[in-house]
Write a protein that binds this ligand. Sequence first.
Ligand SMILES: C[S@@+](CC[C@H](N)C(=O)[O-])C[C@H]1O[C@@H](n2cnc3c(N)ncnc32)[C@H](O)[C@@H]1O
Length: 218
Amino acid sequence: MQSEFWLERWRNQQIGFHQERINPHLEAHWPALDAKAGTRVFVPLCGKSRDMLWLAAQGYRVTGIELSPLAVEAFFAESDLAPTRRHQGIFEVCSAGEIEIFCGDFFALSAEDLAGVTAVYDRASLVALPPDMRQRYAAHMAHLLPPDVQILLVTFDYSQDEMSGPPFAVSEDEVHGLYDDTFAIRKLADLDALAENARFRQAGLTRLRERVFVLHRR
Ligand SMILES: C[S@@+](CC[C@H](N)C(=O)[O-])C[C@H]1O[C@@H](n2cnc3c(N)ncnc32)[C@H](O)[C@@H]1O
């Protein structure tokens, strides 16, 4: 999926994925990871997710990455935070308090950029990418992340024939195919999400599963 697709989405404010409330799966399942407060949590493809505020409030240092500068600016403005700016390699990094957001392409991050990360919160990131990019995403994630890292992964699954993504359908088998070599995977929740997602019903979906996994680095 081209970067321009997402930049355009943000320019046109087509951001139906954004949630005003903290994601309930994050609140419910974060304790399944034993990430120590004070350590660093990575939020890939973070948009302007308010979940970063929740993680910071739990005592973590939060590092996001987001392609769209509009999303990064909106995050800090809507959180009443005035970010400072620095350059790290090719990235502009905006930070305020315990939250920093790298503005740019996830695939350009290096392992040095994520040194010390103990946990990852991936909601609507894997499902934002088409199949070939999901392979690259999982491989890059495994390359980037330190040993002993854990991931809380939230995915959607439906019949891809009923709707073209994003969000793309990511099956349980695909999660295993992407990560089995590098992570031990445990499913924490498997929910019928159609009732509470009117926009997906209107798009024609007849089935929508939302799944939550915890992944531990092998
Ligand atoms: C479906 S949204 C999810 C945002 C966020 N995780 C949330 O829960 O609200 C996907 C986000 O990924 C960003 N994105 C897409 N490709 C990216 C890339 N290669 N590097 C960094 N960000 C990217 C998009 O701009 C968009 O904000």
